[in-house]
Design a protein around this ligand. Structure first.
Ligand code: ADP
Ligand code: NI
Length: 211
């Protein structure tokens, strides 16, 4: 492993090792692995993709005191990366990890790769596990049939205050397959998506006492 990558890996690992917000070190490790695979398939700059995946959650307001402070920390961490790549990495994490209205669109291939890598970790068996951990930590119910939205709405359309773990699949996770940027990302999302659909069918059958 390149020395810069190994220094950054060490830093992020120490910082997120005991993080319980769903942005723990193992999430980062998986996103880095996905990013490597997708970058290779798409011919993207793998150094930029790997480093951006490593630091992608450091500016998240669940981890940093503020997004701006998180970004400053990332800039310090990347001081040995050449300027062009450093600016690119900062741009990637600004465009993929910021919540809310004024997020810049994902434009470069490397940004698309890292966004796909992060989204892959939100779907499939891992995605299911993360959803229930998140909902549990928030105190949400597993399911409430009266608030589950089954329409094909975009994630932005409905950010209702009230949610459940199962609702999160309908408001976000089932849409991610369509939002994948890259061919490889789409391909990897397909199986995970089908697994979630299978899980949800079984869940509703059990809920209704059918199986
Ligand atoms: P990331 O920044 O890594 O994309 P988020 O911070 O949005 O992820 O969420 C972390 C994990 O928790 C993801 O797996 C996501 O799907 C899940 N999650 C986010 N919001 C909710 C929610 N309201 N209910 C259940 N799970 C959620
Ligand atoms: Ni993430």
């Amino acid at each position: 492993m390149n020395e810069i990558v190994s220094t950054i890996t060490h830093y992020v690992k120490q910082k997120l090792e005991n993080e319980g917000s769903g942005h723990d070190w193992h999430h980062i490790e998986r996103v880095v692995r996905h990013a490597e695979v997708i970058a290779k398939a798409e011919g993207a700059n793998d150094f930029v993709c790997i480093v951006a995946a490593l630091v992608h959650d450091l500016a998240d307001d669940k981890i940093a005191p503020s997004e701006a402070e998180g970004l400053k920390e990332v800039e310090r961490l990347l001081e040995d990366v050449n300027r062009e790549e450093r600016e690119h990495i900062i741009e990637i994490i600004s465009s993929i990890s910021f919540k809310g209205g004024n997020r810049p669109p994902v434009t470069t291939l490397e940004a698309q790769v890292v966004q796909d890598a992060d989204r892959l970790d939100a779907i499939g068996a891992i995605g299911i596990a993360r959803t229930f951990v998140y909902a549990g930590a928030k105190g949400d119910l597993i399911h409430d049939p009266s608030i589950t939205i089954r329409d094909n709405m975009t994630p932005e359309t409905y950010r209702s205050g009230q949610s459940t773990a199962i609702n999160h699949f309908y408001e976000k996770l089932l849409h991610l397959k369509e939002l994948m940027n890259t061919t490889k990302g789409k391909e990897l999302a397909q199986h995970r998506h089908e697994f979630m659909e299978h899980f949800l069918n079984q869940f509703h059958d059990e809920w209704a006492g059918r199986k």
